[in-house]
Design a protein around this ligand. Structure first.
Ligand SMILES: C[S@@+](CC[C@H](N)C(=O)[O-])C[C@H]1O[C@@H](n2cnc3c(N)ncnc32)[C@H](O)[C@@H]1O
Length: 140
């Protein structure tokens, strides 16, 4: 299966889930992700002055990064419907939202930190679909 066909197959279900995602999974998941993230930041002394949340879904974590860490943030997702929700959630922030496939990620500038939370890459099981990841973050 080609990369673009696979991407459509994966993004479609999320597009259908977008309107109920936060209530069903997103908010509950966010609290767990936040606590894991803060543990890792403390444990490894992670420091960052800019960030991108890829597979950002409805934008909750991107919002958290911007509002709680005060760094510039890019939010990237493949699903137009999820991004529509993200734009709404981020409308009062200066987070830049992009519709992209993370395997061909192209950010306007490099960032210190990239987060990919909650079932973002585990859909891609075939080895060849992972290979582009080696070149996915050339500027970071
Ligand atoms: C389970 S949701 C997680 C959303 C968000 N990270 C969270 O923690 O709630 C997975 C997200 O990854 C996105 N996604 C999956 N494959 C992607 C790809 N190749 N490029 C960009 N986004 C992708 C989906 O559209 C979906 O919004």
């Amino acid at each position: 299966m080609s990369l673009s066909a696979l991407t459509v197959r994966i993004s479609r279900p999320y597009s259908r889930l977008a309107s109920t995602y936060d209530a069903a999974l997103g908010i509950q998941g966010f609290f767990r992700i936040r606590s894991g993230f803060e543990y890792l930041v403390r444990r490894y002394g992670v420091r960052f002055a800019s960030a991108a949340d890829v597979g950002c879904g409805t934008g909750i974590f991107a919002r958290y990064l911007r509002c709680c860490w005060g760094v510039p943030v890019f939010a990237v997702d493949r699903s137009a419907e999820m991004l529509c929700r993200a734009k709404r959630a981020l409308r009062d922030t200066d987070v830049h939202v992009f519709r992209q496939d993370v395997r061909c990620l192209h950010l306007p500038n490099p960032v210190d930190l990239v987060t990919a939370n909650f079932d973002m890459v585990n859909h891609y099981s075939a080895r060849q679909t992972y290979e582009p990841h080696s070149e996915a973050f050339p500027g970071i």
